[in-house]
Design a protein around this ligand. Structure first.
Ligand SMILES: *Cc1c(COP(=O)(O)O)cnc(C)c1O
Length: 293
């Protein structure tokens, strides 16, 4: 429906801790999919756009913080595939590089205070309830359609892995991987690294997207949030810059930095068996670097 070629190779991560523990660690480079519709964001939008199109909708309405990768991806994808777009942005009016790019792609921004922001369905109903062409896209692309697109990543893998890890914001990516893994009957163990504090909510968030599956097969590592969403601490920042310097692969501290830190820390604690094959998903989002410097 919406032609979009995915380029996302699998790279090998050569790092001393992995060599020392005799782990084979790889990274799925979803960050290379697109500079703005990056990482898991095209995967999530694919069936969301399709569903909007099938219902005759031409205007995407979505939600996010001022540094949201989802807003930028939605703005760019909307422009590319002939939709208009509006975003409700959490908090007081600000300007930054991310929002400027959203506007360049034609997205209309409406800032709303944190209290009003909480009730997204009401915001949508109040502003666009009468508009027959407007389509509600939840924050972060959280939806069964989004999950379905994310699951397709597994069909691109060149080999099987003992463990697959992703960072979690809304849990959509993890839910999609879980659904597809179950359909494909893979023995791979799935792991999520929540980037928000109190990450056990991801269990419930995943469950709501794949209610038929249960979540016993998913492992969440909830101690790598470093204080909460977009919060950082010196060891995380040091790890991120060391990683970039050693691999030539950019990661950022909001999502993929916490993911990579978690896997390295688990390796150091002998969480894995020698010989294990591990895949980390680079979910992109490199604009986040600008927001955390
Ligand atoms: C949006 C985003 C995520 C969060 O994915 P969920 O499917 O919401 O859990 C992870 N990593 C990056 C880089 C993102 O931009």
């Amino acid at each position: 429906m919406f032609p979009f070629e995915i380029y996302s190779p699998v790279d090998t991560l050569e790092m001393p801790i992995f060599r020392q523990k005799r782990l084979r660690v790889h990274m799925k480079r979803d960050d290379m999919i697109h500079p703005f519709i990056s990482g898991n964001k095209w995967r999530k939008l694919k069936y969301i756009l399709q569903s909007a199109h099938d219902q005759g909708k031409t205007h995407l309405v979505t939600f996010g913080g001022a540094w949201s990768n989802h807003l930028l991806a939605t703005a760019c994808a909307a422009a590319r595939f002939g939709f208009s777009s509006t975003a409700f942005v959490r908090g007081e009016a600000v300007s930054n590089a991310n929002l400027s790019l959203c506007q360049l792609f034609g997205m209309e921004l409406r800032f709303v205070d944190r209290t009003a922001y909480r009730d997204k369905a009401t915001l949508f109903a109040h502003h666009f309830g009468e508009s027959p062409t407007s389509y509600f896209v939840d924050e972060g692309g959280y939806s069964a359609e989004g999950a379905r697109g994310c699951g397709e990543l597994l069909d691109e893998l060149p080999e099987q892995y003992d463990h697959i890890f992703c960072a979690c914001g809304t849990g959509t990516t993890l839910a999609g991987l879980y659904r597809r893994k179950t359909e494909m009957r893979l023995r791979t163990r799935l792991h999520g690294v929540p980037v928000l504090k109190g990450g056990t909510f991801i269990q419930e968030a995943v469950h709501r997207l794949v209610p038929d599956l249960g979540t016993a097969d998913i492992t969440l590592h909830t101690d790598y949030h470093f204080g909460g969403y977009a919060k950082t601490k010196a060891p995380l920042l040091a790890y991120v810059s060391g990683f970039c310097r050693q691999t030539g692969i950019l990661i950022e501290p909001v999502y993929t930095g916490k993911l990579c830190y978690a896997v390295a820390d688990l390796a150091a604690r002998d969480y894995f068996k020698a010989g294990d094959r591990i895949l980390l998903i680079h979910t992109g989002g490199l604009m986040g670097i600008l927001g955390t410097q």
